[in-house]
Design a protein around this ligand. Structure first.
Ligand code: ZN
Length: 153
């Protein structure tokens, strides 16, 4: 567990300092804005789905927030590129279950890969919304929701 925590800290620091895919995507086919008023995190997620097979061709995010919310969004974009919409939705559900303690990535099957480092978040209930904000926003983008999504709604 010590190693896991260390890895978690490292990844958060690294992705917070150098977030991946951190820019506006002008040619986005899907877009949503997500807010976590409890912490002040606010991010937009941009997607471009492939017109032929529906896979996520490009995914980017933009905004501001705490280290956990930013690192989570960054790692999400890295892991979702090339995935199908169905896979993305499945990963969103699994991530949400993991950070709320309903899925143990060490003993149960999942598709989260490296995202499983966020399992430690479940020990900090106020941080769960920071970690899952990007995923809620992703889902809203896939659903083409017009209103900004909030973790408090
Ligand atoms: Zn936060």
């Amino acid at each position: 567990m010590a190693d896991q925590n260390e890895l978690y800290q490292q990844v958060i620091l690294e992705h917070n300092k150098k977030p991946r895919n951190f820019s506006v995507l002008e040619e986005a086919s899907h877009y949503a804005l997500g807010k976590n008023p409890l912490c002040g995190d606010q991010f937009a997620v941009y997607l471009k789905l492939n017109e032929d097979n529906g896979t996520i061709e490009e995914i980017r995010f933009q905004g501001s927030g705490c280290a956990i919310s930013k690192a989570s969004a960054s790692l999400m974009t890295v892991n979702l590129k090339g995935k199908s919409e169905e896979e993305a939705r499945l990963m969103k559900d699994e991530f949400q279950k993991m950070v709320t303690g309903q899925l143990d990535p060490d003993t149960e099957p999942h598709h989260l890969g490296r995202l499983s480092i966020f399992q430690g978040v479940k020990q900090y209930p106020v941080r769960v919304k920071c970690a899952s904000l990007a995923w809620h926003t992703l889902e809203a983008a896939l659903n083409k929701e017009q209103e900004a999504v909030s973790t408090e709604s």
